[in-house]
Ligand binder design. Structure first.
Ligand code: ADP
Ligand code: MG
Length: 250
């Protein structure tokens, strides 16, 4: 579902991604960990072409992301086409970014109606289903300010799912939450994984990684230092940098 080949990204002179190569099979969950500033968010943003890459390629479901290939040259896609690709890739952020002046339900139906042209009645039915799936059926008419952080994040997940994405990207979805609210969000993500969603998750929740991930990738300073089955990497890290990092977060 995702194939990254030698992805490089610079911000001016700063080399943030220095050739990231990985693959994620359909229905797999990859957990990406690493110190702050190592390039995790930047990599996620490259996957849906919120950032241009300076080298390498990214494919999602067989499609080259953000570029057209002619001969041996890559040309950046017009924004409309990049936006079309992005519709199939859901993203959930640390800060939930719900529209504050809209109810939970109105937040969820917005993009399907505006972007996909789904009929309002159909979008509402689907949104109710999704709210049910994330355990928020009773809060359809609540405004974000009336919801806890964990509840807002579950609405944000439902909102991303409303576009029927083939891939979900999560960027530290629980790190802004009070500790007692983390479990309810991880529970929704775990269910999503068990239903076969392909997911890339940046998180420091190693219990989630151990239980749910098919691959654990440790990134530091823009390179993949170590990767493997989460149980192996967590219980028996091979690289010094991985050991040092894990000893801090576990
Ligand atoms: P992580 O998510 O692993 O904490 P990021 O991908 O957010 O790391 O950032 C990696 C590096 O890139 C950091 O040094 C950060 O300051 C830099 N960076 C991220 N976004 C930008 C930007 N838009 N312009 C300049 N530098 C950036
Ligand atoms: Mg980040």
């Amino acid at each position: 579902m995702v194939k990254a080949e030698g992805v490089c990204k610079n911000f001016g002179a700063l080399k943030v991604l220095k050739g990231v190569t990985l693959e994620i099979g359909r229905g797999q969950v990859l957990v990406l960990v690493g110190p702050s500033g190592s390039g995790k968010s930047t990599f996620l943003r490259c996957i849906n072409h919120l950032e241009q890459v300076n080298g390498g390629r990214l494919h999602v479901d067989g499609e080259l992301i953000g570029y057209r290939e002619r001969g041996d040259k890559l040309y950046e896609m017009p924004p409309r086409e990049a936006a079309r690709q992005r519709r199939d890739i859901g993203m959930v952020f640390q800060h939930f970014n719900l529209f504050p002046h809209r109810t939970a339900l109105a937040n969820i139906i917005e993009a399907p109606i505006q972007v996909k042209g789904v009929k309002k009645a159909v979008a509402i039915e689907r949104a109710k289903d999704l709210l049910e799936q994330v355990g928020m059926a009773e809060k359809a008419t609540a405004y974000p300010a009336q919801l806890s952080g964990g509840q807002q994040q579950r609405v944000a997940i439902a909102r991303a799912l409303a576009m029927d994405p083939k891939l979900m990207l999560f960027d530290e979805p629980t790190s802004a939450l009070d500790p007692e609210l983390v479990g309810e969000v991880l529970g929704v993500m775990k269910k999503l994984a068990s239903e076969g969603m392909t997911m890339v998750v940046v998180t420091h929740e190693m219990g989630f990684a151990r239980e749910v991930a098919d691959q654990l990738v440790f990134m530091d300073a823009g390179v993949i230092v170590e990767r493997g089955n989460p149980r192996d990497v967590l219980s028996n890290p091979q690289e010094e940098r991985t050991k040092a990092f894990l000893s801090k977060v576990m």
